[in-house]
Ligand binder design. Sequence first.
Ligand code: NAD
Length: 360
Amino acid sequence: MAKTQRIGIIGSGGIASAHVRAYKQLTDVEIVAVADVISGKAESFIDKEQLHGASPFEDHRKLLELDLDGVSICTPNASHHVTTVDALRAGKAVLLEKPMSVTLQEAIDMVHASQETGSMLTIGFQPRYDPNMKVVNDIVQSGKLGKVYYVETGGGRRRGMPGGTFIRKDLAGAGAMADIGCYSLDMALNALGYPKPLTVSAYTSNHFGTNPVYHPEADKFDVEDFGVALVRFENDLVLQFKISWAMHMDSLGSTMFLGTEGGLKVNPFGTGNWSGVWDGRVGDMKLFHDFMGKQTETPIPVTNSDTNLFFEKVRDFSEAVREGRTAPIPGEQIVIQQAIIDGVLRSSSLKREVAIELPF
Ligand SMILES: NC(=O)c1ccc[n+]([C@@H]2O[C@H](COP(=O)([O-])OP(=O)(O)OC[C@H]3O[C@@H](n4cnc5c(N)ncnc54)[C@H](O)[C@@H]3O)[C@@H](O)[C@H]2O)c1
C-alpha cells in the first residue's frame, strides 16, 4: 500500500476549499493541518470541510514544523512570498496559487529558495490542463505560423470586479492585470516558449472600482481595474496585453498570434459580465493562412471536455511529489510573467517605458 501523503493548507479562504475538494478525491492523501492568520478561521475551516484530525494553526511557521510532504498556499497574493519561502526552506513541496507574487524580487526569492533547498515549487495555473491549451501550443510551436512577431492577449469583463482581499493593494498587490491577466499571459508565453522580456510600457486605471455606483467597496478599492501594456521581447517579438474587470464594452478582443506564414485567433469562451477573458476555456479558434495562393481561414476544432481543470492541477502536484518529478508548472518559468506584471506596475506608476531585468 502506498504511503499516505501528508498535506498542509496555508490560508483557508475561498480557493482553499477547491484545493480540499481535489485532495479529497485522491487516494492515500490526507490533509493534516490548516493555517490561517485570522484567529479561529482554521478551526472553522477544518469543521466545515470535515478534515477530521487536522491541526489548526494561526502561524504558518508552526504548521511547517510538522512532517508534511507538501503544502497548498492559498493566501492573498501579498502573503505568497513569505509563506512560500518559509515552506520551501522547511523542505516542503509547494503548490502556490496564482499569481506567483506581487513583485519580481519576491518571485526571484522563491525560485532561489526552491533551487537552494531542492524543494519543488509549482504555480497553480489550472488552464494549463485544458486540452485546448495544448492545441494552441502545438500550432504555435509547429512552425506553421512562420516567425511569430506580434501577439495580442488578455480580454475583458464588462462588469466582473471581485471584492474582499482582491481589491486592496496591501493584500492583493495588484488588481485585474495580475488576477486574470496572469492566465492570458501564461497562455501566450507558454505557447511562445516563455521568451525573455526586455521592456514594458503600460497604463492602468481604476475608474470603476473607486466609484460607489459600480463597486460596493469603492472606499477600499486601490488596485487597477483596467490595464494595457506593450511588451518587447528578446527575439524581435512584441506582445500587447490588455485586461479589464469592468468597462463600457462587450469585449477587448481575442488572443491572436501573428506570424509570417499564418495567424491564429483564439476567442474567449462565453458571454456576459464575467466572461470575455481567457481563464481556462476557449470559445473557438481559427487559423488564417494562404493556401494555393488563396487567403484561407481554417476553423480549429475545440475540445469541450468535462476535464475538471482544478482537480487536474492538484492531482498533478500530488503525483509529482510522490514520484519525485520536477514541478509541473515551475517557478523558474512563471518568474518571467511576474517580471512583466512587475514591469506593468512600475511603468504605469512612472508613466513611461521601463526595462525588465532578470537575473536568470
Ligand atoms: N486558481 C484559481 O482559480 C483561483 C481562484 C481564486 C483565487 N485564487 C488565488 O488564491 C489566493 C487566495 O484567494 P481566496 O479567494 O481564497 O482569498 P480569501 O481572501 O478568500 O482567502 C485567503 C485566506 O488567507 C488567509 N491569510 C492571509 N495571510 C495569511 C498568512 N500569512 N498565513 C495564513 N493565512 C493567511 C486570510 O485570512 C484568508 O482567510 C489568491 O492568490 C488568489 O489569486 C486562485
